[in-house]
Every structure is written in C-alpha cells, then in structure tokens.
Design a protein around this ligand. Structure first.
Ligand code: ATP
Length: 248
C-alpha cells in the first residue's frame, strides 16, 4: 500500500444472511488529508462498503468474505466500531441519526463522551463545531426532533466531529435535503478538510455535487468498482457525464 493512505480497501467482498452477495471485489484508497467520494446508483453497494470499513456489518447479518481494510496501515477487521471511533475513524450513518428527544447541544456533547474528553475539551470542541455550523449554535437548545432535516444532518456531522476524527465517513449526507442545504453541507465538509486536514470518505448518489467537492472518486456498480480517478478528471469524461451526471 502507499504509505500516504489513511484508508486502503482491497478486493472487498461481502455477503448478507450467509447468501446474498452485495460486494464482489471492491478496491479504493484514500490519501491522508483528501476527500474521496464513492459514487453509484441505489443498491450498488456503497453503504455496504462503508459499513465494512467501520465494522458495522455484523449487526445486519453481513459478513466480509474476502479482501481487507487497512486504516492507517493497520488491519482493523477485528476492531469494534467503538474502538475504531477511539482510533479516529468515525462514521455518520445514512439517515442522519440524532437523538430526537435531546437538544442539539446534548446530541453534540454525546459525541464527545465516548473518547473521555474533559469538560473543558468538550466546551472547546463545541465552539469549534458551532464555528463550522453557526445554525447549530442558534438551535443549541432546541430538541433535535423539532429541527429541520438539514439541521439534523449537521447535528449528526457535528456529533461525529466531537469525537475528533482523523477519518470522517459519511453515508449519503444529501439524502432528502434541498439542493442549497446540500451545497452548504458539502462546502462545510470541504472547509473542514482544508482547514483541519480532516480526511473524508463520502458515499453519494448525487454525483454532480460530490464530484464538485471531492479530490478523488470511485464508482461502484453492482458490487464492483468500475471506475476510479481524480474528481476533476472524472467530471470532464464524456462517459461519466452521460451515465452519472445526467448530461447526455
Ligand atoms: P443505497 O443508496 O440505497 O444505500 P447502496 O449503494 O448504499 O445503496 P447497499 O445498501 O450497500 O447499496 O446495498 C447493496 C446490496 O446489498 C443491495 O442489493 C441491497 O439490497 C443489499 N443489502 C443491503 N443491506 C442489506 C441487509 N441488511 N440484508 C440483506 N441485503 C442487504
């Protein structure tokens, strides 16, 4: 593997329920300090690949049958999701999971508890999250269940940031959100990457937006990676325009 990769996924195969093949050999790698998009249609296998990275498959009767995942050069196939969070690999799940009956600020604080942060550290981290998401500061005392979809997605991302990730993994952050909100979220992710050097892996069906804000992309089709490259190059390719950007 290249010494500069924070994440290296090689020939990953996954089945569900001991039978249904979801991934049939997927490879991609993310350079430290870069943003990589996993693109592909509904059901292509993007979420499965992300769950394999964070070891979240057993909860869904999914099993890695081949391949390997290296985080920072180490095989993490036996690390629990909470060990991975402590190691700096943090995933924001699809569907913006927030505790709906907690306030926005309580949700954020809950993200800092797992790593045993002190009160002062949590207070400092909160201010940093609010600097990136000023809207969350305005809504800090509101129950998350009463906030908008975009605010819930921001809360889910903010909560992940509270655990001080080195690699942030996001599953379909644009899902169900208005285009302007999606732009706002991607712009903030890009700023986090540029200002804090945060490495980001994001699965997206919204290829046009993802390619505008990422460095590299891998396209998955039917459980296989079919195309990988620099986002800027992919955006210019006619086949990508035709099949993934809707510009026939
Ligand atoms: P989406 O955008 O809908 O999340 P995706 O590209 O992330 O799509 P996956 O959710 O990874 O795709 O699904 C890949 C394949 O695995 C699909 O055929 C799906 O039906 C199957 N699959 C996903 N989760 C499970 C599960 N828990 N049990 C059985 N099959 C599953």
């Amino acid at each position: 593997m290249s010494g500069n990769s924070i994440l290296e996924v090689t020939d990953l195969a996954v089945i569900y329920n001991h039978a249904i093949g979801a991934l049939h050999g997927v490879s991609f790698s993310l350079e430290r300090g870069k943003v990589l998009a996993l693109l592909g249609a509904n059901g292509a296998g993007k979420s499965t690949a992300l769950k394999a990275v964070s070891n979240l498959l057993p909860a869904e009767r999914g099993q890695v049958t081949a391949g390997r995942v290296l985080f920072d050069g180490l095989d993490v196939s036996r690390s629990s999701p909470s060990e991975l969070v402590r190691a700096g690999l943090v995933q924001v799940l699809e569907g913006r999971h927030c505790f709906r009956s907690l306030t926005v600020e309580e949700n954020l604080i809950s993200g800092g508890l797992g790593r045993g942060s002190s009160r002062a550290e949590i207070a400092g981290d909160l201010e940093e999250v609010y600097a990136h998401f000023p809207r969350l500061k305005q809504k800090r005392g509101t129950l998350s269940g009463l906030t908008s979809g975009g605010e819930q997605q921001m809360t889910a991302i903010g909560r992940a940031l509270m655990s001080r990730p080195r690699l942030l993994v996001l599953d379909e952050p644009s899902m169900g959100l208005a285009p302007l909100v999606v732009q706002d979220i991607f712009r903030t992710l890009r700023r986090l990457n540029r200002e804090n050097g945060l490495s980001i892996l994001v699965a997206e069906q919204n290829s046009a937006t993802a390619l505008a804000y990422t460095d590299q992309a891998t396209v998955i089709e039917n459980g296989i990676d079919v195309l990988s490259g620099d986002a800027a190059d992919l955006r210019r390719r006619d086949d990508v325009k035709a099949f993934y950007l809707g510009q026939r």
